[in-house]
Design a protein around this ligand. Structure first.
Ligand SMILES: Cc1ncc(C[n+]2csc(CCOP(=O)(O)OP(=O)(O)O)c2C)c(N)n1
Ligand SMILES: [Mg+2]
Length: 653
């Protein structure tokens, strides 16, 4: 055969069958290590996908050769299945993920919150919402959106602003380019996030003669772009001028696997580290350079250093408002920023000197460029003093003194005690997980991380309900670790559904359900802003006052979890909590979910972080509480800094 003659080998499959076969054959590769890009496909079927992707996944389960297999897992809620996929992908450092298929209409739009969460946290997930008929012959079909102004709009257009890549396959011929575009974005460390390929219900079932190359194994290289030498030199020149440098470690340190490079950089230079939520665990507890959490939920140590820092090095951080304490954390005039980030978008923030590069590559290059230089000795001594003062707070929170425990009602624990007991009784490799409520802040401040992948707090979207579903994904990503999902009563009520999936799939997760009768976090925020905890307590509407300040509700979340098939342990004191953690640890590896139900007293707070978070207060009010809060607000506003001074150019100022 003539080599230039086109070979027209094709295989006749439906669009959905082609999608499944294609996904099963995608791999990712970084540093020479290769793995399947998709661990499987979560799904909930309806008329939009039951005969399309549903049929294709069935056929795959029954007939596919091992190499072409794509595992299917039935979820309970479409938002939840995206959270499960995100939990998995984050735990896998974004090298692997899941696909999610949903039916038309509500099934698909239920995934929108998950899409936003994935994109904001820069975590790859593939969403396959089903669409109404491309041919429109029998429209409007059940669950179809009709818009008089535009006949081609569907509810799936709502995915566009939330996705890093969006396509709709209205004809089979479009599928190869849609799939290849989707893979490119999923495996790009700069672009990655939610990727959406909408598949109309009729198109899913349509047959087509596919070129067989579409199904060949494909390896997507995940890049580690090195920094330009001149940028490293410029960054080093700025850092050499510093007397009080501080490094802020973000999630990019983890995704790049830059923890060792960071540890070496800090040991060589004496530069201390404050960590964001996603970056926590970049240095391990006990590292002399670790000042713990930074920002609004930070430690007094990291925040004290931030206040007076002259050069701040951001690594893999997107500089969220919690990290900068709403631009009040860095108070020194002329403070300069050096940002190492794989995304130009983030590297330029705070008018920083931008080093666009993979975190690991850039940190090693910078360590070499700074050889022989280190921060002044007295600065290191100051770090030690600040850390010891903060750590005493942690000890007191883990083991509260008698004057605190004496104030607790019978059977109630403090939240700090709960976190402390779990931290101390779990293995260093076990994973703690949280997303919303008062616990993310407390974990950020108090949790001692002893392994690089042991801390998983979703604080980009801080989505109530992420915890239970994400715990399944995390456990699926690494069965050698126990997962402890910390969830408030509010967060639990939003999305307990995937406990049932964990029962069905025999996935062992440990959910610690912290019952404090409502929204403690927003309650205390509300109080600090003069809004008197309005609408944040789970209490009866009182017949006399007409307000939500009646008795507690007779809600039994332990019984609820039990009814869903979980093994539930109810805790009534400190000893009971310790016994429960041990029992959960000893539970069988494939025995399904364990729920530890514990009641806490929300009036005992975690230690203060000497910090602020910008939440606007009413400028005028008839309430004295609001007027007082507004005066306090103005005081903080006055300390906000724009952080727009250019850090480009070397030398002293
Ligand atoms: C989906 C969603 N809705 C609303 C919020 C705003 N919010 C943040 S924390 C919180 C209360 C959480 O209550 P709970 O889970 O009981 O935790 P606690 O504050 O009591 O610790 C609310 C309503 C959110 N983060 N996510
Ligand atoms: Mg609560």
């Amino acid at each position: 055969m003539n080599e230039t003659e086109p070979v027209r080998e094709t295989e006749r499959l439906t669009v959905a069958q082609a999608v499944v076969r294609f996904l099963a054959n995608q791999c990712s590769e970084r540093d020479g290590q290769r793995q399947k890009l998709f661990a499987g496909c979560f799904g909930i079927f309806g008329h939009g996908n039951v005969a399309g992707l549903g049929q294709a996944l069935l056929q795959n389960e029954l007939e596919a050769a091992e190499a072409d297999r794509l595992e299917y897992v039935l979820a309970r809620n479409e938002q939840a299945m995206v959270h499960t996929a995100v939990g998995y992908a984050r735990q896998k450092d974004r090298l692997q993920t899941w696909a999610c298929t949903a039916s038309v209409g509500p099934g698909s739009t239920n995934m929108l919150t998950g899409a936003a969460l994935a994109t904001i946290n820069r975590i790859p997930v593939l969403l396959l919402p089903s669409g109404t008929f491309a041919t429109r012959v029998s429209g409007p079909v059940l669950q179809e959106l009709e818009q008089p102004y535009a006949a081609d709009v569907t509810v799936n257009d709502a995915f566009r602003p939330l996705s890093r890549f969006f396509d709709r396959v209205d004809r089979p011929e479009q599928l190869p380019s849609a799939l290849l575009g989707a893979m490119r974005v999923l495996t790009d460390p700069v672009e990655t996030g939610a990727v959406t390929v909408a598949l109309p219900q009729d198109v899913q079932a349509e047959a087509f003669d596919w070129p067989v190359e579409l199904f060949a194994e494909r390896v997507w290289h995940i890049a580690r772009p090195p920094a330009e030498a001149a940028r490293i030199a410029a960054a080093a020149e700025v850092i050499r001028t510093a007397r009080r440098p501080l490094l802020v470690a973000g999630g990019g340190v983890h995704y790049s696997g830059a923890e060792d490079a960071l540890t070496q950089f800090c040991a060589a230079t004496g530069i201390p580290v404050g960590e964001t939520q996603a970056g926590k665990g970049s240095l391990l507890h006990g590292d002399p350079q670790l000042m713990g959490a930074i920002g609004s939920t930070g430690t007094t140590a990291a925040n004290a250093l931030a206040r007076d820092a002259d050069v701040v090095i951001g690594v893999g951080t997107r500089w969220a408002d919690f990290t900068t304490a709403s631009r009040t954390a860095f108070q020194r005039r002329g403070v300069r920023f050096v940002n190492i980030n794989v995304a130009n978008f983030d590297a330029g923030k705070q008018a920083g000197l931008s080093v666009v590069a993979d975190a690991r590559e850039a940190l090693s290059a910078l360590t070499d460029a700074l050889a022989g230089w280190s921060a002044p000795d007295e600065y290191r001594a100051e770090q030690t003093r600040l850390w010891e003062a903060w750590d005493a707070n942690v000890v007191a929170a883990y083991d509260p003194p008698a004057e605190v425990t004496g104030r607790l009602a019978d059977g109630l624990l403090t939240q700090g005690e709960v976190l402390g007991a779990i931290n101390e009784l779990t293995d260093p490799r076990d994973i703690v997980l949280c997303a919303a409520g008062s616990m993310p802040g407390d974990l950020h401040k108090l949790w001692r991380v002893r392994d690089r992948k042991a801390y998983h707090v979703e604080y980009g979207y801080s989505c109530m309900g992420y915890e239970v579903p994400a715990s399944l994904g995390i456990r699926l990503a690494d069965e050698s670790r126990d997962v402890f999902a910390m969830v408030g009563d509010g967060g639990y009520l939003m999305m307990p559904t995937e406990l049932v999936t964990a029962v069905q799939e025999r996935i062992k997760v440990v959910v610690v359900l912290v019952q404090n009768q409502g929204f403690h976090s927003i309650g205390s925020l509300s109080e600090s802003l003069g809004s008197q905890r309005f609408g944040t307590r789970y209490r009866y509407r009182d017949e006399q006052s007409g307000r939500l300040d009646g008795d507690s509700l007779p809600v039994d979340l332990a019984a609820n979890a039990r009814s869903l098939g979980a093994h539930v342990i109810e805790v009534h004191d400190r000893e009971g909590l310790e016994a429960a953690v041990k029992e959960a640890k000893a539970a069988p590896a494939h025995g399904g979910p364990v729920v530890i139900h514990v009641e806490t007293d929300p009036s005992i707070y975690a230690p203060d972080s000497d910090s602020w978070w910008d939440v606007p207060v009413s400028q005028v009010s008839e309430l004295t509480s609001t007027r007082a809060a507004y005066q306090t607000y103005l005081g903080y506003k006055a300390t906000q800094r724009p952080l727009i001074t250019s850090s480009e150019g070397a030398g002293h100022r």
